[in-house]
Design a protein around this ligand. Structure first.
Ligand code: UD1
Length: 419
């Protein structure tokens, strides 16, 4: 199993290109199932979850080719299977995103139940409730969600909680339904907006994009299009936090400034100087130690849960005491136990972590438990004195493109060790 070795203590300096957003490219690839013509998706990040999605769609008869400019050409005209098998779903929960498109376009779907994961139970009853409201017959048998419908019928779907993939699934189902669907309490994450914009480019009719009420007027068919995936705000934030922690100066290029408010606000609160341009964000923290910042996670536009672990790492070496409250996932503090091995002072109380910043952490052998936890541990390794080895680092390849190359270019002493 591969590990990452970091020799800590170098500040990050330079410029780094931000990749396409993982959480946007996955639903956009799933949306290709809705089209009756080829699609071209560009700015695709080279990630393990993208490979898994390509494998999943490939098994259904979708023909996919990846060119050297990271564009995927998708030909969905020969689909002959409507199954998302357990073997793939268990490695990537976002596989559930094929459920809405399959039932909308082909009237049938068999998708394995995702089950739990390290960060919580992560049920999908909202996805099922929405599809039933649209007229699908849905049952759960032998660990699979089995859905059938003639043509879905537009209706009012009120989500009990804000769910990102839940909103995306219902949206993708509603675009081909007969009549109008109103999705209430919809997620407003920029990645949901990106999916909606892609669907519009394919001929869908959606109002209220970016708000919590989406009105979808169903259309008969969706055509092919070429669509560029938006930049990854979580990757952007991760590099900026790393720069703040190490006392460096880095410009993230090819990113989006307007979707980063909550994170940039907290970085300024930590003492960073931020400047921005059309598509770049620069953070300058030279000669400073971060100040502690309190964080409470919640759906967009509030502070994203996917940045919680990285800010936990920052607070470990900040001046002062921080309170981090995790309101989206019930068990997203696995990384705190590993941070303690590096010398962090963290106390857990339910969904809250109280962190007393220490002046120095020291390198140790630690283990990644999930995707964002891996990023947090890498950032901690960058500031810990001496060597840190991170095991089970495959998690990081699910969501960060060439992480050690990019950090290496910024001056970090980081490398991957063979199994
Ligand atoms: C997506 C993101 C993930 C991010 C999360 C929250 C993708 C591929 N993944 O995950 O990176 O951390 O949003 O921003 O986009 N819930 C239910 N029942 C449901 C659905 C959700 O109880 O039917 C709960 C979840 O357990 C969780 C909360 O709602 O507590 C939010 O989860 P959700 O937004 O659905 O997360 P994902 O879409 O899986």
């Amino acid at each position: 199993m591969t590990r990452i070795l970091i020799d800590g203590g170098e500040a990050l300096y330079g410029e780094v290109d931000i990749s396409g957003a993982k959480n946007a490219v996955l639903p956009i690839l799933a949306s290709c199932l809705l089209a009756d013509e080829p699609m071209i998706i560009s700015n695709v990040p080279h990630l393990h979850d993208v490979t898994t999605t390509m494998e999943l769609l490939g098994q259904m008869g979708v023909y996919l080719t990846l060119d050297d400019r990271m564009r995927i050409q998708v030909n969905p005209s020969l689909i002959d299977s409507y199954i998302a098998p357990y073997e793939l779903v268990k490695t990537m929960r976002a596989s559930i995103l094929v459920l809405g498109p399959l039932i909308a376009r082909f009237g049938q779907a068999r998708v394995s139940l995702p089950g739990g994961c390290q960060i919580g139970s992560r049920p999908v009853e909202q996805h099922i409730h929405g599809l039933r409201a649209l007229g699908a017959q849905v049952s759960v048998e032998n660990g699979y969600i089995k859905a059938q419908a003639k043509r879905l019928k537009g209706t009012r779907v009120s989500m009990d909680m804000v769910t990102v993939t839940g909103t995306e699934n219902i949206l993708m189902a509603a675009v081909l339904a007969e009549g109008t669907t109103i999705i209430e309490n919809a997620a407003r994450e920029p990645e949901v907006v990106d999916l909606a914009n892609c669907l519009m480019a394919m001929g869908a009719d959606i109002e209220g994009i970016g708000t919590s009420t989406l009105t979808v007027h169903g259309v008969e068919r969706l055509h092919g299009t070429e669509y560029k995936v938006l930049p990854d705000r979580i990757e952007t934030g991760t590099f900026l936090v790393g720069t703040a922690m190490t006392g460096g100066k880095v410009r993230t290029r090819g990113t989006r400034v307007d979707i980063m408010d909550a994170v940039l606000g907290k970085l300024e609160g930590a003492g960073a100087h931020i400047s921005t341009g059309d598509n770049w964000i620069e953070l300058d923290m030279r000669g400073k130690r971060p100040r502690a910042v309190n964080i409470t996670t919640a759906p967009y536009p509030a502070f994203p849960t996917d940045m919680q672990a990285q800010f936990t790492a920052l607070n470990c070496i900040a001046e002062g005491v921080a309170v981090i409250t995790e309101k989206v996932f019930e068990n997203r503090f696995m990384h705190t136990h590993e941070l303690q091995r590096l010398g962090a002072d963290i106390r857990l109380e339910g969904n809250t972590a109280i962190i007393k910043g220490v002046e120095h952490m020291s390198g140790a052998q630690i283990m990644a438990t999930d995707l964002r936890a891996s990023a947090c541990l890498v950032l901690a390794g960058l500031v810990a004195q001496g060597e840190t080895t991170i095991d089970r680092v495959y998690h990081i390849d699910r969501g960060y493109e060439n992480i050690e190359e990019k950090l290496g270019m910024l001056g970090a002493r980081i490398r991957r060790l063979p199994a």
